[in-house]
Structure formats: C-alpha cells, structure tokens
Design a protein around this ligand. Structure first.
Ligand code: SF4
Length: 170
C-alpha cells in the first residue's frame, strides 16, 4: 500500500540559499516515479537495490537546483531497512543530524511522515517538502524476467474515501 506523491515546487523554496541536502525516502516516492515514468521500479541485475527512474528524477532535481545556484548532495540510504523514512533506525537518524548541519536546507522527498522524521532531527536548517501526498496507490505488483519488479494498472485512491463521499453529497 504505497502512497502516491506529487512533486512540489522546490526551486522557489530555495531562493536565496546556496546549499541543500536532499533526503529521499526510497519506497513510496521511488514507486511513484517509476509508475509515472512507466518503467520498472527495480531491475535487480542492472542496478541492484536502486530504482533507476527515481535516481534519474533526483539527478534532474539536482540539475535544476544547480541552475538556480544551489549546490546539493543526496543523503544515501543504501540498505533496505533504511529505505522507509517513516521508520528510520536510530543510526540513520544520528547520521542525518550530523550531515544536515553542513547545509542551509534539507529537501525531503517523501510524505508528511517522512517530513516529520526530518523535522524532529533538523533544527538549524530549513526543512523543505519536495513532494506532497496525492493518495494511496492501488496497483498490481509484477515480476518480469530476468528480475524486474513493476507496478501496473495503478489507481490513486483518496486518503479518505468516506470523506470524499461526504464532500460529494454536500
Ligand atoms: S515515509 Fe512516507 S513515503 Fe516513505 S515509506 Fe513511509 S509512508 Fe511511504
């Protein structure tokens, strides 16, 4: 049950800043980007434990920020247990706290819960939301040879179907 996210305008948020640390959640945002790009989420033989569409998406964001005078680095979460920003282990939290001090801003690519994790840790830098929640994702998980994982027939489900029905009946 991943969350589907939309990009927010990060460039206007970094106006006047010179450095930012991009902190991506490697689960829902990576699935979202793969679905939007209509590409496999993961190709294990090509890029082990990396989602190529999401990596490319982050590189494009870095390039846009560079054009606007902001130098960025990406905070890495290489192991699977570090992928979910909403459930980060304490070691990863401490590491982020230390790294974030070197940057004027921290750009979070994830949901509100991901941002909450970062806000709890980062006090001296500006925290910028790079994505916003659009709804839940409903999709078919598919494995393809040689060892690819994709999500197909995706639908975006509102966070509260009941609330939406209430709004429609008003
Ligand atoms: S932090 Fe949010 S975006 Fe990341 S895995 Fe958790 S629910 Fe999904």
């Amino acid at each position: 049950m991943p969350i589907h996210l939309d990009d927010l305008d990060v460039v206007s948020e970094v106006a006047g800043l010179r450095s930012a640390l991009i902190v991506p959640c490697n689960m829902c945002p990576a699935i979202t980007v793969a679905v939007k790009e209509k590409q496999p989420f993961m190709r294990f033989f090509r890029s082990f434990l990396k989602s190529a569409p999401f990596e490319q998406h982050i590189r494009a964001l870095q390039s846009r920020l560079r054009e606007n005078g902001v130098t960025t680095e990406v905070f890495k979460s290489n192991f699977i247990h570090q992928w979910f920003l909403c459930m980060w282990p304490s070691g990863q939290r401490k590491k982020l706290q230390k790294y974030a001090k070197q940057y004027e801003a921290v750009i979070v690519l994830g949901c509100d819960s991901a941002t909450e994790t970062i806000r709890d840790l980062v006090k001296s830098s500006k925290v910028i939301e790079g994505m916003e929640v659009a709804g839940f994702m409903n999709a078919k998980l598919r494995f393809h040879l040689p060892c690819n994982v994709s999500f197909e027939d995706c639908k975006i489900i509102p966070m509260s179907q009941r609330k939406r029905n209430e709004e429609m009946s008003d």
